[in-house]
Write a protein that binds this ligand. Structure first.
Ligand code: SIN
Length: 509
């Protein structure tokens, strides 16, 4: 009798939970591992929704077109084809599992419009609490299906034996433990905490990407970091969903000028990287003062009903967005790059899989289209879950493809001692929404100095710091190697002279 594959899935957002569920249904013994609690994920915080061509007047190819345009055509067309063709079935599965997507008075799904989508094709739940509804539903099924769940277990490293994955090393209650497995799935999300301002939850410290690289896996597209243009510039970096602009809110500057149309004919609904740069430059022109999002025309009742989470958060910060425009600023939101995988989640290391934001299938190109990330987790998680069982007997693993190489950087002699805050400030300043070649070189030198002595990985915070430093090195190296602007990687050296003043984004967060 063949033994059931032992699978460890690290990360419990939509990508990890979907993979785990599918692998368990296919006969694997699955353990879910998470650094925080089960539902402490970027998925749970996602407001935007899930995009899929489910309407009769929409098509996967129209969705694919919008995905490619937003991604500056850097996308892998095969991955985009899979995402958009299989998306409707995965959304239907979420509906069948009981995710309470919003419906109109007749019981039909309500469709939202978001930036750079040519049609309203985004489903939401609880108005702006889509991710939370999905997370609750999937976490509930994981418990009901009897999956083993290890919470507060921090991934330290992938354990390798004879050139393939043999398990994971975890830090649990201060102790190192080995969990053996024939397949490990990395679904730890992105690395928003590389930057001083981010919409990501505290757990997003690049753990899966860093561990994969230490195990020998290839990464790509690490220079493509998406900065969301509208985060509340009051207190912490609270996201104001793109759906608010989709419903008609506008962006204005200190003089009341609606500036987004100066850079793109779609104005506030241009691709996210375009809107972020417009906001960044306008903020620089007004000495770092945030721009404002004007949602007053939508009315108090609509705002409270359609965006209950945002409405409560805005009001909790003493603002009334039904009466006055609210201050907003960009913040790091999503990493398009990650661990190289094929279309079934296989990395370049036998037995190692990556899904969701941790992975790079190439689906997002140089800039992700709004509301494609939850969909990505569902589609590619499902495929990875299917592949794991088949691979137990017949797996073949992709080769590493050639990555761009950056020139070596000399360690800065005057670098201050490492701290997470200094790393985040450095990345924000030099590797943010507007970059320069000189700034990236400076960042590389400081990172080289900090990396000269390995950071001790004695507790969870220290493991995260080491991962952040490692992933920062990957982002900056990839950004230095890409010598012209593309999508979210923007070199302001290439802009007209007066644009150079926009490089330094002074955040009012
Ligand atoms: C948003 O609600 O604006 C974010 C959605 C996304 O990142 O896709």
């Amino acid at each position: 009798m063949t033994r059931r594959p032992e699978v460890v899935v690290v990360g419990t957002g939509i990508a990890g939970l979907t993979t785990a569920r599918r692998a368990a249904q296919s006969g694997c013994r699955v353990t879910l591992v998470t650094k925080g609690s089960l539902q402490e994920t970027a998925t749970a915080a996602a407001q935007g929704g899930v995009a899929a061509a489910l309407r009769a007047d929409d098509t996967p190819s129209a969705h694919a077109h919008d995905t490619m345009v937003a991604g500056a055509e850097h996308n892998d067309p095969a991955a985009v084809g899979v995402l958009t063709a299989e998306g409707p079935a995965r959304v239907q599965e979420l509906i069948d599992l009981g995710v309470p997507f919003d419906r109109d008075a007749h019981g039909a799904l309500r469709w939202g419009l978001e930036a750079a989508h040519g049609a309203p094709r985004i489903v939401h739940a609880g108005g702006d609490a889509t991710g939370a509804a999905i997370e609750r539903t999937l976490a509930g099924t994981a418990r009901d299906d009897g999956l083993r769940i290890a919470e507060h277990a921090c991934l330290v490293d992938i354990v390798m034996a004879h050139g393939r994955v043999a398990g994971v090393e975890l830090l649990i209650d201060g102790r190192r433990e080995i969990l053996p497995a024939s397949a490990v799935v990395l679904a730890t999300g992105g690395a928003g905490h590389l930057f001083a301002h981010t919409t990501n939850p505290a757990v997003a410290t690049g753990d899966g990407i860093a561990a994969a690289v230490r195990a020998g896996a290839a990464v790509r597209d690490m220079e493509f970091v998406q900065f969301h243009p509208t985060v509340l510039a009051a207190g912490d970096s609270f996201l104001i969903s793109e759906a608010v602009r989709g419903e008609g809110a506008t962006l204005i500057d200190d003089t009341g000028d609606r500036f987004a149309f100066e850079t793109h004919p779609d104005g506030e609904l241009a691709p996210r990287d375009v809107v972020t740069r417009a906001v960044t430059r306008r903020m620089a022109q007004q000495h770092g003062h945030p721009v404002r999002l004007d949602a007053t025309a939508l009315g108090a009742d609509f705002l409270a009903q359609r965006f209950p989470t945002i409405d409560a958060a805005v009001r909790a910060r003493g603002l009334d967005w039904a009466l006055d425009p609210i201050p907003v600023t960009p913040a790091a939101h999503y990493l398009m790059g990650g661990v190289v995988t094929d279309l079934d989640g296989r990395t370049t290391v036998p037995g190692l899989y990556a899904v969701g934001e941790t992975a790079c299938t190439g689906v997002h190109g140089a800039n992700r289209l709004a509301s494609n990330s939850l969909l990505e987790g569902a589609v590619f998680g499902h495929r990875a879950g299917n592949a794991i069982v088949a691979d137990a007997t017949t797996g073949s693993w992709p080769e590493a493809s050639g990555a761009l190489a950056a020139p070596p950087a000399a360690a800065a002699a005057d670098a201050p001692p490492f701290s997470r805050r200094l790393l985040q400030d450095l990345m924000w300043q030099e590797a943010g929404a507007l970059r320069t070649r000189a700034g990236l070189d400076r960042a590389a030198s400081v990172l080289a100095a900090w990396s000269a002595t390995p950071l001790p990985r004695t507790d969870v915070r220290a493991v995260e710091d080491a991962n952040l430093l490692q992933v920062a090195g990957l982002v900056v190296a990839a950004a230095r190697a890409r010598t012209s602007s593309l999508g979210a990687h923007h070199l302001s050296d290439e802009d007209a002279a007066d644009d150079l003043t926009g490089r330094q984004l002074v955040s009012a967060c």
